[in-house]
Design a protein around this ligand. Structure first.
Ligand SMILES: [Zn+2]
Length: 312
C-alpha cells in the first residue's frame, strides 16, 4: 500500500517532463534525428552584370561615376530576395559579394538580418563560405557564359582571357561551375536572377524546376529592356518565397568524377605559362586541359591558370 503513493508521484513527474520535452525545440530536432533541423540556412552569391539596371561595363567598375548607383541597385536586388527568404521561414542568410573587388554591396544598406562576406581574394571566390550546413543556394545578378547572345556582358570568369571552360565536355557558365561547388557540399541551387538569356541557360543546366527571376531582357551585349522596378522587386521577393516552398524538390548539381577541365583562352600566349604546371596538358595552341578526382581542386587549378593567363 505504501508503494502506491510514490509510484503516482513518479508518474506525474514523468508526464510533466514529457510534456515539457515534447514542446521544446530540441524535441522537434530529435524527431528528425538532427538537432539543426529547425535551422533554415540559405547562401546567396551576388554578381553584378545580371543586376536590374546594369547594361554596361562602366556600371560595374569602381572608378566609373556610374558605379555608385549600380551598387545601390545591387543591394536593393539582394534585399528583396533576403526579405522573401525571412518571410518564408529562413533563420540565417549569408550573402557573398561575388563581383570584381567583391566590395560592391553597400554593407550598411543590406538587410540587417543577413550576414555579408565582403572583399577579396577568397579561396572559393564567388562561393566562399558555402558548406553543408546550408539547405539552399541562390545566385543573384548572374550573367551568361562567354559567347551567349543576346546577353548582357556575357563572359566566363575573365572576359579578357577566357573563350570557354568545359567540365567533362560540357561548356559551363559561372553559374554551372559554382553550382557544382555547392554540389560538393550537398547544397542545391534553388533560384537565380539575371537577364532572360541567363535564366534560360540556368534552367538548361540546373533543371527546369529552378526558380528564375528575369530582371531585364537583353537587346544585345550592351543594351537591355529593364523590367518595371516595382514589379521586379516584388518578383524577387516572391521568387525567394517560392524557392523555399519548393526546397525538398531540388537536387544538388554534381559532375561525375573524374573531372576533366578544358580551358580555351583568347590567344596562344595566354595558354603558355600554364604548361609549366605539372599535370596540365596543352592540346591546341590556346587550349589547356587537366583531369582530377577532386572538383574543388580542379576549380582552384582552373582559377590559377586564368590568373597566369591574365599576367601573360
Ligand atoms: Zn561580375
Amino acid at each position: 500500500m505504501m508503494r502506491k503513493k510514490p509510484l503516482n508521484i513518479w508518474l506525474l513527474i514523468m508526464v510533466a517532463v514529457s510534456i515539457i520535452w515534447l514542446n521544446s525545440p530540441l524535441a522537434a530536432g530529435a524527431k528528425n534525428s538532427t538537432p539543426e533541423r529547425n535551422q533554415l540556412k540559405i547562401y546567396i552569391s551576388v554578381d553584378m552584370e545580371g543586376i536590374w539596371g546594369v547594361v554596361h561595363t562602366n556600371q560595374c567598375l569602381p572608378d566609373s561615376p556610374e558605379y555608385q548607383v549600380a551598387r545601390k541597385w545591387m543591394t536593393e536586388d539582394v534585399n528583396a530576395v533576403v526579405q522573401g527568404l525571412f518571410e518564408a521561414g529562413a533563420t540565417e542568410v549569408v550573402v557573398n559579394d561575388s563581383h570584381g573587388s567583391m566590395r560592391n554591396i553597400i554593407a550598411s544598406d543590406l538587410d540587417p538580418r543577413a550576414e555579408l562576406l565582403s572583399g577579396s581574394p577568397k579561396p572559393l571566390s564567388m562561393m566562399e563560405g558555402i558548406d553543408s550546413t546550408f539547405q539552399g543556394c541562390i545566385f543573384v545578378g548572374y550573367h551568361s557564359r562567354a559567347g551567349s547572345a543576346p546577353a548582357i556582358l556575357d563572359h566566363t570568369i575573365s572576359g579578357a582571357a577566357i573563350y570557354s571552360i568545359k567540365v567533362n565536355g560540357l561548356e559551363m557558365p559561372e553559374l554551372g561551375l559554382n553550382a557544382a561547388i555547392a554540389g560538393c557540399y550537398g547544397v542545391p541551387v534553388i533560384m537565380l536572377t539575371g537577364d532572360t538569356t541567363t535564366c534560360w541557360q540556368a534552367k538548361e543546366i540546373l533543371g527546369q524546376n529552378l526558380v528564375v527571376v528575369p530582371v531585364k531582357e537583353a537587346v544585345n551585349r550592351f543594351a537591355a529592356l529593364n523590367f518595371a522596378r516595382n514589379k521586379v522587386l516584388i518578383d524577387l521577393k516572391e521568387g525567394a518565397k517560392k524557392a523555399l516552398s519548393l526546397l525538398p524538390s531540388f537536387k544538388p548539381f554534381v559532375f561525375q568524377p573524374p573531372f576533366t577541365f578544358e580551358l580555351d583562352f583568347h590567344n596562344s600566349n595566354q595558354a603558355e605559362a600554364g604548361t609549366l604546371i605539372p599535370g596540365v596538358k596543352r592540346i591546341s595552341p590556346r587550349t589547356l586541359t587537366f583531369t582530377t578526382g577532386d572538383y574543388l581542386e580542379g576549380f582552384r587549378l582552373a582559377r590559377a591558370l586564368i590568373a597566369l593567363a591574365s599576367i601573360s
